[in-house]
Design a protein around this ligand. Structure first.
Ligand code: NAD
Ligand code: MG
Length: 398
């Protein structure tokens, strides 16, 4: 008999943009989903409000002091949520035996370890945290298979590709010639490349179509987000690098496309609203209300397409270069980019120097043969690349 029990959901990074959208979808379906665990980095007030609203079994904060404050305030409010802290607690809630579904919505490589824990524990893993897959690569995919986990993409482009493909992954290689990831081009799609020197964090974070966290917003402005998505697609769909293309589509209505062997092209469309891929992942293979609107085609002025300009977006090609390079190169790229974006947001380096940090770190930090074969190896590689990128940043700031 079909179980009528509600699915127990763990949301890693519940206070972020994806986390909040996930709770919005869950709130529409109280008979289907129950919030089992919520986690946040440092924002006590936001996690407190979420705990009071959802009364999860567990709440996790990265920082012990923040956790202590949350624990005390929850107790005062009569909420029985148990508060844990530290990285190991993230792994614990992600792999908890009572959890069915894990939404991975932490930003950056910090999400790799709990994603692996969920994969090994055989969860339905809803992956927004693309950096975890960019760092983990083949090792991550191996953990998914070994643990019997169900990996479903939340990134809108990858959800689009997944929705265009038949349900059985064993048929994909025979049917798919290549995929085309669409990109909005971000706020600087038409900017004079020379003007990118003077871009401020506020200008870089003002995305024309999507409202997102600051790190992914900067990545969209450099198109490093698309580079990370090319790498993500390589692993999710087991494609060769040359089977992945990128086209700029400023309206963000077509979320990506599959070119089949017979040259029939399948596309998935929608308004730019992350609740659609989130609802798709939560309910798969069923379909539930996401709260989003479908596009009104009678009001769309047009859909346009253009090739990305390498002078404006020099970082994009690093995706194919690192995929063809030594295993672990994509982890080095991700680490450098996280450090470079943080330095840009802190006002330490210029916007155009993000690419310089990334390219130089890739030249200087070469992964050892077995670096990408274990979590420890990957975390060491990540740490080494970050140290190197921070040195470069220091040299630029001086
Ligand atoms: P965000 O900055 O809004 O939220 C990040 C969340 O992760 C917060 O809850 C924060 O508390 C937590 N967090 C941050 N650093 C942490 C750390 N070191 N340890 C533990 N927790 C930490 O980011 P977002 O926009 O929601 O993006 C989350 C992920 O989803 C990113 O990987 C992003 O690339 C991906 N994504 C986002 C969107 C979007 O529309 N926002 C779309 C596609 C993919
Ligand atoms: Mg995306």
């Amino acid at each position: 008999a079909l179980s009528t029990a509600r699915r127990q959901v763990c949301i890693l990074g519940s206070t972020g943009s994806i986390g909040v959208n996930t709770l919005d979808v869950i709130a529409r379906h109280p008979s289907r989903y129950e919030v089992f665990a919520l986690t946040a980095h440092r924002r006590v007030e936001e996690l407190l409000q979420q705990c009071l609203r959802w009364a999860p079994r567990y709440a996790v904060m990265s920082d012990a002091q923040a956790a202590a404050e949350l624990r005390q305030r929850l107790k005062a409010a009569g909420c029985r949520t148990e508060v844990l802290s530290g990285a190991a607690a993230l792994d614990e809630v992600a792999a908890h035996p009572e959890v069915d579904t894990v939404m991975a919505a932490i930003v950056g490589a910090a999400g790799l370890s709990p994603c692996l824990a969920a994969a090994r524990a055989g969860k339905r893993l809803l992956l927004a945290n693309k950096e975890a897959l960019v760092v983990g690569g083949a090792f991550f995919m191996h953990a998914v298979r070994a643990g019997g986990a169900q990996l479903l993409p939340i990134d809108s482009e990858h959800s689009a590709i997944f929705q265009c493909l038949p349900e059985d992954p064993a048929t994909w290689a025979q049917r798919v010639e290549r995929i085309i990831l669409t990109a909005s081009g971000g706020p600087f799609r038409q900017a004079d490349p020379a003007s990118l020197r003077d871009v401020t964090p506020e200008q870089a974070c003002a995305h024309p179509n999507w409202v997102m966290g600051r790190k992914i917003s900067v990545d969209s402005a450099t198109m490093m987000n698309k580079a990370l998505e090319v790498i993500e697609a390589r692993w999710l769909f087991d494609l060769a690098p040359e089977q992945i293309e990128v086209v700029i589509h400023p309206q963000s209505i077509i979320h990506s496309m599959v070119v089949c062997r017979d040259r029939s092209v399948l596309a998935q469309l929608g308004t730019p609203d992350m609740r659609v891929p989130i609802a798709f992942g939560l309910a798969y293979p069923e379909r539930i209300d996401s709260g989003a609107q479908a596009p009104d085609f009678t009001r769309l002025a047009g859909l346009s397409f253009e090739a990305p300009d390498a002078r404006r977006f020099p970082g994009l090609q690093l995706a194919w270069e690192t995929l063809r390079g030594a295993a672990g190169s994509t982890a080095v790229l991700n680490a450098a980019n996280e450090e470079a974006v943080a330095a840009f947001l802190a006002g330490t380096i210029r916007f155009d120097q993000i690419h310089t940090v990334n390219a130089r770190t890739l030249e200087d930090v070469v992964p050892t043969a077995d670096a990408a074969a274990s979590l420890e190896g990957l975390l060491d590689l990540d740490a080494g690349a970050r140290r190197h990128a921070r040195q470069l940043v220091k040299g630029m700031a001086a």
